[in-house]
Design a protein around this ligand. Sequence first.
Ligand SMILES: Cc1cc2nc3c(=O)[nH]c(=O)nc-3n(C[C@H](O)[C@H](O)[C@H](O)COP(=O)(O)OP(=O)(O)OC[C@H]3O[C@@H](n4cnc5c(N)ncnc54)[C@H](O)[C@@H]3O)c2cc1C
Length: 434
Amino acid sequence: MKKITRRQLGYMAGAAGVAAVGTLTFGRAAIAQGSAKVVVVGGGAGGATVANKIKAAAPNLDVTLVEANPAFTTCFFSNLYLGGLVSFDDITHDYKNISDLGVKVVHDWAEDVDTAAKVVKLKGGTQLPYDRLVLSPGIELKYDSVPGYSKEAAELMPHAWQAGAQTKLLKAKLEAMDDGGLVVLAAPPNPYRCPPGPYERMCMIAHYLKTAKPKSKLILFDPKTKFSKQGAFMEGFKAHYADIIEVNLTDEIDSYALTRVDPKTGEIETASGRKEKADVANIVPAQRAGLIAHRAGCAEGDWCPTNPENMSSTKVENVYVLGDASVATEMPKSAFSANSQAKVVAADILAELAEKKKFPPRFRNTCWSAIAPKDGIKVGANYTPGEKEGKPALVAKDSFVSKPGEPVGLREETFTESFGWYSGIVSDIFAKPA
Ligand SMILES: Cc1cc2nc3c(=O)[nH]c(=O)nc-3n(C[C@H](O)[C@H](O)[C@H](O)COP(=O)(O)OP(=O)(O)OC[C@H]3O[C@@H](n4cnc5c(N)ncnc54)[C@H](O)[C@@H]3O)c2cc1C
């Protein structure tokens, strides 16, 4: 992966670390209940951050991180892997440093939670009692939201929306396709993990096709009428990939929601009546909170409502839900958001268990997207607890977004900045030395 400078790392520390500054300053002697138990389910952007921040600030607390997989491949930057800009190793991280901090890292599947007895039940039979439970399980895919699609079908038409084997599969299919082939990307309906993700993926697949298979085509079918950073993305599609990309957004006449896929033949149909036979189909279905959040009783419909001042569940006591699984109102489902929310959760738990005064939470998000090498864009905001439609909510302020027509130099700076962000955030999530 491209090396980053000290200056970029400094930028990163200021960006992702902003929520933590001044919050995790508890004296070790102040932890009143040394044996209190914190269980965190999900070792991704949210959960791994919570576990390592709590343990680092209060080594006496008993912190267990339950994660199904031995290593974590980040969805963030997985599009750049598809585009050939980073390697699979660059985006895969282990739990050694978190474990070295003293967090008990358990690789198992959390099957159920008895919230009355305050116990998490693991598939392997272990039962983990908790004083505070943190759920950051990410998303579950609603395969049946696309007629003909299923978990099995995803082996032929990958979603690659949970990174790892699926991401490798999509890349392998692109590499196996002949020049002149057709790739179809079906974007999901709102709300979903990473609002700019499908459009960055369009760019990175198109970048691969442009460099390796220039006679190929890439079609987007989108059930939505608009999308994140649309102006800058549309400009980028035209500037870099005009001969490759075709965009189909839903409008008042035509809907590009999928009505049928046939994984065996590659056929794809939309509500507008459009039919295509894809050589490579990347189908991203609708999503909901990870299963364990539903099992714990934290969900209302697909997602888990939370109190905006600390991400605690509005439905179950002593449980926090953060990251993609949560309803964070105006805060998008991103790794930056999950990492920022994690610091608020960690500080809240430390304050609760040490009976310290609570601090005013600070949330922040920025999502960078790669349009092409040296052409990056971003969108972001700060978020504070407030009200929306008469209900408690996380409300955006100081928002910003890359505009069409920006100077080439600024785009290059934004692209470089995104590499600094990636290095910094994975250090923060997985407790790696920066
Ligand atoms: C293509 C793509 C590009 C993206 N790009 C960006 C980007 O540039 N910037 C950005 O900020 N975000 C980006 N994101 C979004 C980001 O990846 C997610 O928002 C973020 O990972 C959410 O963090 P999380 O902790 O909620 O879930 P995750 O990071 O998914 O972590 C959840 C973890 O929980 C584990 N788990 C789930 N259930 C259980 C269980 N029952 N038992 C044990 N373990 C369990 C899973 O194995 C997983 O490791 C992107 C996403 C995609 C798909």
